[in-house]
Design a protein around this ligand. Sequence first.
Ligand code: URP
Ligand code: ZN
Ligand code: ZN
Length: 489
Amino acid sequence: MHSDTEFDLTIRNGRISTASDTFHADIGVRDGIIAAVGRGLPAGRRDIDAQGRWVLPGGIDSHCHVEQLSGMGVMCADDFYSATVSAAFGGTTTIIPFAAQHRGNALPEVVADYHRRAAEKAVIDYGFHLILSDPTEQALQHDLPAIIRDGITSFKVFMTYDRMKLDDYQLLDVLDVADREGALVMVHAENNDMIRWIARRLVERGLTAPKYHAVAHTPLAESEATHRAVALARLMDVPLLIVHVAGLEAVRVVHSSQALGLPILAESCPQYLFLTADDLDLPGVEGAKYCCSPPPRDAASQAAVWAGLLDGTLQMYSSDHAPYRFDASGKLPKGDQTTFKDMANGVPGLELRMPLLFSEGVLTGRMSIERFVAVTATNHARTYGLYPRKGTIAVGTDADLAIWNPDREVHVTASMLHDQVGYTPYESRTLRGWPETVISRGRVAVDEGLLHVERGSGRFLKRGTPEPVLRQRLNGNPDAILRTHLRPR
Ligand code: URP
Ligand code: ZN
Ligand code: ZN
């Protein structure tokens, strides 16, 4: 037992940033919660001197694939233990991976299975989004409403991947349920037929190297599908979140939708800030390590994604960690004969997501520290119904913190990372700044390069209604055709 004035942990003299402010203060933590923020706080049972370091909210990675079968049927290399350990070492204290339904799977069983595996292994807190690939009447009318009530308040749908994609009619059904039940739909927007058509002809001509993945996944496939998804959401008068925005034209579609006042949100990822399609152009099948969907594009698209993250067009920066080993279990089912069509899509990024942006965004002066906090943590919490419990530093919130040393230089190698992938697309880069101490609900999870939390100690986060959904309920367009005729509120 401790007295009311005693803290379990005091972090002193840090330079604290939230999404809106930067100030110097101490943080007192009691029972996993921030109990005080101020100068000269009394000593805690454990004291951390953060002089010269930056104390930020722990990151929230709201797009990562963990212990999940991909759209092509390949199992991820990371389970809930390795993924959450890797996240923690990179300054992330909450993840929202996917509970993925594949066709024929009953949703309640899918969700129960992910709950069981994550509860056994996770070391930091986690929620789930649902991936919905089979929107049967049972799923739409019964299972989804129950799952949303149980705190899985967002789901991802695909416009591509033969085994996952929904057609436009099905997307409308899903948007309708989300509106009725108070959930947010996230969409992977690529035109499946454009990709299939080009890919088939490339393969027929023997053009099968990884770099042709980026040719098949033409930017037009992304921008067309993004535009269509926005039109479907507009018809239904619901918010929509476009995930992993990669291309200049897709950024423009998002921007112009927002300029029309539509509740369109969007996310991008490290691979679209730090890689281009040229990275796929390596000897043999080496480029498979950079192969994800949508693929990284060109310098103009990189610049558009940077600009979008800075000007608010893109609200979130997630990893889209999709870990596949460079062997037959993942990227290379046919060894060095593997074509771009056979390669598992996805790149790892859970651990380096925040260090990359801290180094190349914040410490270069390109991005303010407050914007960094917004796009790596606060906006995820707001968007997905976790705010203010997660994603900020304030009295009463979970003590999820990362203490960054802005002077530490780190030379990136795959061997220093804690995932099970065995390579990183960011090999040999030198990064400035590192989250040396990471705190999850008041527990020092990572310090001095060591993990201090137990397997299975992470908790499931039952999420509330996403803020964009709440806002739309207040401000939705009363003249929307469907609102007037079919779905009066
Ligand atoms: O290539 C990617 N992004 N793989 C992960 C699955 C997805 O579509 O997000
Ligand atoms: Zn996707
Ligand atoms: Zn993804």
